[in-house]
Design a protein around this ligand. Sequence first.
Ligand code: ADP
Length: 173
Amino acid sequence: MTEIKLVRGDITRQQADAIVNAANSSLLGGGGVDGAIHRRGGPEILAECRALRASRYGTGLRTGQAVATTAGRLDADHVIHTVGPVWSRQEDRSELLASCYRESLRVAQELGARTVAFPAISTGIYGWPMDDGARIAIRTVRETAAAPVGEVRFVLFDEQAYSEFESALAAQG
Ligand code: ADP
């Protein structure tokens, strides 16, 4: 079974086989985790993203989907880019958020990754409430068997994020 670990910190400082990026559909960079990954990972990641845009993803990566590139100078083999949904009060987009975790794990599995580091997707610029984002993240990883992925590490940027993930993990086991 996949072990879930929680750590507080900056995801760009993690060592893992794959690091997940909370990207946007353009794949060409942005703020938050995305900006930090490109800054610290260097230009190789963006070059591969541009190549993806020029080939399979001409119109960008759809919300809930995931695709891998090199990790450049990060201490990882791969970055898995996934596009979270923007939070909406009118529409329940939970399934799209769950899909980000599922699809990222599927890509990690295809890559043979054993350790995968995730940020709290959609809970920053995209406005998803942290408690609900944490519940969906933990539940989806729990439900998704993904051998050889033995460790999923959630890297939480601040104390509030960490404590919401702690509660979700305690509630769901
Ligand atoms: P989104 O656009 O999907 O909301 P963001 O990158 O804006 O993505 O934020 C996702 C979450 O990641 C937020 O909770 C934010 O506080 C957190 N975050 C921002 N920078 C980092 C970082 N370097 N490492 C880990 N988490 C981060």
